[in-house]
Design a binder for this molecule. Structure first.
Ligand SMILES: Cc1cc2nc3c(=O)[nH]c(=O)nc-3n(C[C@H](O)[C@H](O)[C@H](O)COP(=O)(O)OP(=O)(O)OC[C@H]3O[C@@H](n4cnc5c(N)ncnc54)[C@H](O)[C@@H]3O)c2cc1C
Length: 402
């Protein structure tokens, strides 16, 4: 690990620009602003496409016609000292240390926190980009909700048997009993879960009338069907694509070292391995732990944001940042509004024998989903309250130094 650079007192503040105000970016922004407020000559700027916070964890609810709360990012940042810039980031110049916004504004940074998240991988299969609906944004989810509301009858094919696909299929089936919902994917849903949890997940999907087709490799999406690599096409009035994760090409275009999926490869303290002035957080980062590279979740994304903020503060104070350590602890999956499963996990995300199902699990899932906003509210006053998460014990103790 290279020695931290102390920032000497100068007339110009140290400019930290945070790209993306999702779960990870917001955690970084609030944590950093709370820690430097009134103490340091640091200017924190948050850039995001919209003023409204995107509750990605609820986008399947939005897609089925439910109205999520309007959560305002500038309102949450009020009083923290952080500045909000609404805009679409179009380029990062990692050498000049600038960020370009779509209205041609240019922001200069000394430290960048890159948290632009990820979206479903529609380019992976021909036709998905043109014909499939996604849950990539509130607008996309609302487009799908409008289409479903007008449909009246027919088939909705949800592609992707991961947890987003399961939640989406269940939610649509519960809100639209008049529609036939088919969940298609390579793997059996809940394949990594304890057999009893998997059994409950399948009985929940059956109860809602969701038809599950596993072992399907989708080769093409047509305007009115999904064509598998082998076997018959599945006719569908609506196709929803939830499979895979694609990240913004901006990091790779800026010359930052990225992995095969375009995520920024980080060192132990969450800095880019090629550009140490850049921290990467959330779904846009490839963060290696003792058990492997973390998969993208809100559960792990929020701690990356907090840790990046703490590392920046330590560096500004001339201290060495600490290695990031995180262990997964649960996988909550909703099955409509009244049912769910919660698989408690080991730090490496493998299932434990402990789980919840049914209404208590639905309550647990809702509590988790609603928790980020109050967490940030508390963090504004007590930054340390946001710095508590499982460090993963022996699973993460021996992270290899890069
Ligand atoms: C339906 C659904 C359910 C999910 N359920 C769970 C769950 O139960 N538990 C869990 O842990 N995870 C869940 N996830 C995954 C979770 O939502 C993501 O892992 C999490 O949102 C990642 O946080 P992030 O901050 O990295 O990115 P995001 O939350 O996606 O935030 C990225 C932000 O950057 C903005 N942005 C992107 N590009 C630009 C640009 N060029 N210019 C300006 N702004 C930009 C976006 O608008 C957004 O505000 C779910 C995802 C979905 C879709």
């Amino acid at each position: 690990m290279s020695a931290p650079q102390r920032v000497e007192d100068t007339a110009t503040p140290h400019r930290v620009v945070i790209l993306g105000a999702g779960y990870a970016g917001m955690s970084a922004a609030i944590q950093l602003a709370a820690r430097v407020r009134g103490q340091k000559d640091v200017q924190v700027t948050v850039v995001n496409a919209q003023e409204r916070f995107t509750e990605r964890l609820r986008l399947h609810m939005t897609a089925s016609g439910q109205q999520p709360a309007e959560l305002s990012i500038p309102q949450l940042l009020a009083g923290t000292g952080a500045r909000f810039v609404r805009g679409w980031v179009t380029a990062v110049d990692a050498e000049a240390r600038t960020v370009r916004i779509d209205d041609d504004r240019v922001l200069h940074y000394d430290t960048l926190v890159y948290g632009l998240g990820g979206v479903a991988d529609t380019p992976a299969v021909p036709g998905a980009e043109e014909h499939a609906y996604t849950l990539n944004s509130v607008q996309d989810a609302q487009l799908l909700a409008d289409r479903l509301a007008r449909l009246g009858s027919g088939t909705v094919a949800v592609v992707g048997s991961g947890l987003t696909g399961v939640e989406t299929a269940a939610e649509i089936a519960e809100r639209h009993p008049e529609l036939h919902v088919v969940l298609l994917g390579r793997h059996e849903p809940g394949t990594d879960m304890h057999p009893k949890v998997r059994a409950h997940l399948h009985s929940g999907l059956r109860r809602l009338g969701v038809e599950v087709r596993s072992g399907v490799e989708v080769a093409k999406v047509l305007p009115d069907a999904v064509r598998p690599a082998s076997g018959e096409s599945v006719a569908a009035e609506v196709v929803v694509w939830t499979s895979g994760t694609r990240v913004s090409p901006l990091a790779a275009a800026a010359g930052l070292t990225v992995d095969e999926r375009g995520r920024i490869v980080t060192d132990q303290v969450l800095r880019s391995v090629s550009h140490p002035q850049v921290y990467a957080v959330g779904d846009a980062a490839a963060v290696r732990q003792g058990y492997g590279v973390m998969h993208g979740t809100c559960q792990g994304g929020m701690p990356t944001g907090v840790h990046a903020a703490v590392s920046i503060v330590r560096t500004l104070e001339g201290k060495q940042p600490k290695p990031f350590r995180f262990g997964f602890y649960h996988t909550p999956v909703s099955l409509g509004r009244r049912d769910a499963v919660v698989q408690f996990t080991r730090p490496d995300n493998s299932p434990r024998r402990v789980y919840m199902t049914g209404r208590p699990a639905a309550w647990y899932k809702e509590t988790v989903t609603a928790s980020p906003w109050p967490t940030w509210g508390r963090m504004k006053k007590m930054p340390a309250s946001g710095a508590i998460w499982p460090r993963g014990g022996r699973f993460t103790r021996k992270v290899q130094a890069r």
